[in-house]
Design a protein around this ligand. Structure first.
Ligand code: MN
Ligand code: FE
Length: 339
């Protein structure tokens, strides 16, 4: 049965003929497309002015206690989550994905994760936050620790330095871990926070941080798209892997992730926020979880309507124009100067 099923050795994973140093000619053009999308979205945190944010943060009356809690919670989660994803990427994923155009994308992604980590250094510095308070939250705040623990447990196999993708079983583990990393961490665990910070920005509160989160979300939506294309390519090249049992195992993990992300949303804004109830944040998480399930060829679970249609303007890659019309365009112009 399963044990006798061979894995595809002429595809994207464990292809013995792949020379990681020869990027041309390319086989997986989607990887190149994501690389170019990442480059087109280049930004650095210092480009975003934090002057107004600093004034609003220092004014004891401008933000409510609930709004402050929400901001701190998200800084607490993201400040360490960005490093966690960067480490996963460089120490685990990169080792196993030897296809050169995919590695080229992974290098770009790793750089973007460094920019994201830098963004939270910048936020702590400009707002004068105590790094000890922020950077320990992933250990001391249960709803944050639970998400990180879930991802660390789920990506245990590829993190093991002796782990190799050699057979059907290990390829299945690899796929499982990729889903934990790309679909759950980057595709679900980041999104309640994105919605909260962008809701705040829509009310003209802490717009600098809001814009930073918007840029990060743009990057993350490309990371997620790359991850899903990688996952889908592996399952297309190894259809025997994608059994009904395995699919329901993955669906169950995604449902568990939705529970963790919902707990996090309720914990970060227990009384709701800006006229949005914490249940609406939960609905948003369910809505995006359905989109992730469908993206990797699984049936949706929740059928929850999107409570924040305005979020898709920022996440939906088909609406790239929305972004390129503003700041990114300026950057691109700068980049095309003649020397
Ligand atoms: Mn990131
Ligand atoms: Fe990412």
């Amino acid at each position: 049965m399963e044990k006798t099923t061979k894995i595809n050795t002429s595809g994207i994973i464990n292809n013995k003929t792949t020379d990681p140093n020869k990027i041309l000619p390319m086989t997986y053009l989607w990887a190149r497309k994501h690389y170019q999308a990442g480059v087109a979205n280049n930004w650095t945190p210092e480009e975003v002015s934090m002057q107004k944010d600093v004034e609003q943060w220092k004014d004891p009356k401008f933000l409510t206690e609930d709004e402050r809690r929400m901001i701190i919670w998200n800084l607490g989660f993201f400040s360490t989550a960005e490093s966690l994803t960067a480490n996963n990427l460089v120490l685990a994923v990169y080792r196993h994905v030897t296809n050169p155009e995919c590695r080229q994308y992974l290098l770009r992604q790793a750089y973007e994760e460094a920019v994201h980590t830098d963004t939270f250094i910048y936020c702590c510095d400009t707002l004068g936050l105590n790094p000890d308070d922020i950077y320990q939250m992933y250990e001391t705040i249960p709803s944050i620790a639970a998400k990180d623990r879930f991802v660390i447990d789920m990506t245990e196999s590829i993190f093991n330095p002796t782990f190799q993708v050699t057979d059907f079983q290990s390829l299945r583990k690899f796929l499982h871990d990729l889903i934990g990393y790309y679909v759950i961490m980057e595709g679900i665990f980041f999104y309640a926070g994105f919605a909260m910070m962008l809701a705040l920005k829509r009310q003209n509160k802490m717009v600098g941080i809001g814009e930073q989160f918007e840029y990060i979300m743009r990057d993350e939506s490309i990371h997620l798209a790359f991850g899903c294309d990688l996952i889908n390519t592996i399952t297309q090249e190894n259809p025997a892997l994608w059994t009904a049992d395995f699919k329901s195992e993955i669906t169950a993990l995604i449902k568990q992730a939705v529970v963790f992300e919902s707990q996090y949303a309720k914990d970060a804004c227990p009384r709701g926020l800006l006229g949005i109830s914490s249940d609406q944040f939960v609905n948003y998480v369910e809505h995006i979880a359905d989109r992730r399930l469908e993206r990797i060829g699984l049936d949706k679970v929740y059928n929850t309507e999107n409570p924040f249609p305005w979020m898709s303007q920022s996440t939906d890659l088909s609406k790239e124009k929305y972004f390129f019309e503003s700041r990114v365009t300026e950057y691109r112009t700068g980049g095309s100067l003649e020397w």
